[in-house]
Design a protein. Structure first.
Length: 149
């Protein structure tokens, strides 16, 4: 994949931009070992985004939720049940943690999950709803809540 570097202002604008689903199709939230990538678009349809969701094959508590802009640039990624992240300054951030695009580093930096934005990290569905709000996905894809969600 080609490297696409955004300025911090561009990335912040993409993160803040209102995002809508592009399809009315209904999908199931990923189960063990599954990956789902769903297209989104800006309200004016000028920008395209992807919402990626994946679950661990054995440990269903391992969940990754991320939004991408420009097809390949990770704007925001939430890692639940994963290994700690080693930031470029050598600081270790335990899981769960949140990656937000940082100019010059992409998604390499992680921060502790901000409690003011995420109500209950032990509940995958509630966390998913909070992630949608955090990423300003105002018309999210239609996802069915599964037995282990």
């Amino acid at each position: 994949m080609p490297d696409i570097n955004l300025t911090q202002a561009e990335a912040d604008a993409l993160i803040a931009m209102e995002k809508h689903r592009t399809s009315e199709a209904r999908r199931d939230f990923p189960m063990g070992g599954e990956f789902l990538s769903l297209p989104l678009e800006s309200a004016d349809r000028r920008e395209q985004f992807l919402l990626d969701l994946s679950r661990g094959r054995i440990d269903l508590r391992k969940v990754k939720m991320q939004t991408r802009g420009r097809q390949v640039v990770v704007l925001v990624r939430l890692d639940l049940g994963s290994a700690p992240n080693r930031n470029p300054d050598d600081a270790e951030i335990p899981a769960p943690h949140l990656h937000v695009y940082r100019e010059g580093y992409g998604d390499k930096w992680a921060i502790p999950v901000p409690a003011e934005h995420f109500r209950d990290l032990s509940n995958v569905w509630t966390t998913f709803e909070d992630f949608l709000r955090y990423c300003n996905i105002t018309r999210p894809p239609h996802l069915e809540r599964g037995l282990f969600t």
